[in-house]
Design a protein around this ligand. Sequence first.
Ligand SMILES: *Cc1c(COP(=O)(O)O)cnc(C)c1O
Length: 236
Amino acid sequence: MSGERDEVGIPERLAAVRARVERAARAAGRDPASVVLLAVSKTKPSEDVRAAFAAGQRRFGENYAQELVDKVEALADLGDIEWHFVGRLQTNKAKLVASRAAVVHAVDSERLAQELAKRAEGRARPLDVLVEVNVGGEASKGGVEPDALAPILRSIEALSALRLRGLMSIPPPTETPEGARRFHRALAALREAHGGAARLPELSMGMTDDLEVAIEEGATIVRVGTAIFGARGARA
Ligand SMILES: *Cc1c(COP(=O)(O)O)cnc(C)c1O
């Protein structure tokens, strides 16, 4: 491991990201408090999460079910930490996630929604879910097609163990942050087409490279990994 990651620590990186979020929100005429910063800690050790928590961060995103299980256990002493599952979730892992996460960002099938609902039944409160939309139209990507959004939203609303909270997207990589704008705009337009913020309060979009553009286009949750925790290994 090179010393690069340690030259600037997690608290400083986090502060810089918070400043970016705040600046972008103000520039867009939005209240900075209307944008939640989700720290995506996938592949990073629990100690890194602990460092961010000590610097005031409370919401963390994980992509792999088993890694979520391990981190929840290792960090059980951090009382008000909130876990979000942002990765692709197989139905056979729904149980692990439904009992640990506060929010699942990438629900993309009725089958997964039903499985999460079944596994969320023992919870004190409903499990918050967002529906992932394949805004880039990429065949290999997860997410429901825009045309298929109406029925999945309705079926989630029919499940009392789940609470429909909004839409999420992972656009295809673009050369510049500006390139991501049309995808963010498309997700915001889909929200308008399906009941607006009253029905779908959250728009989870924007990552390290394009969070400013996402905030300009209405993101309420930005999911940031690299800018807080440093570059990841090859896996992710
Ligand atoms: C890894 C990941 C992120 C964070 O990406 P960065 O570019 O490192 O900020 C956000 N969302 C999802 C779904 C991810 O898998």
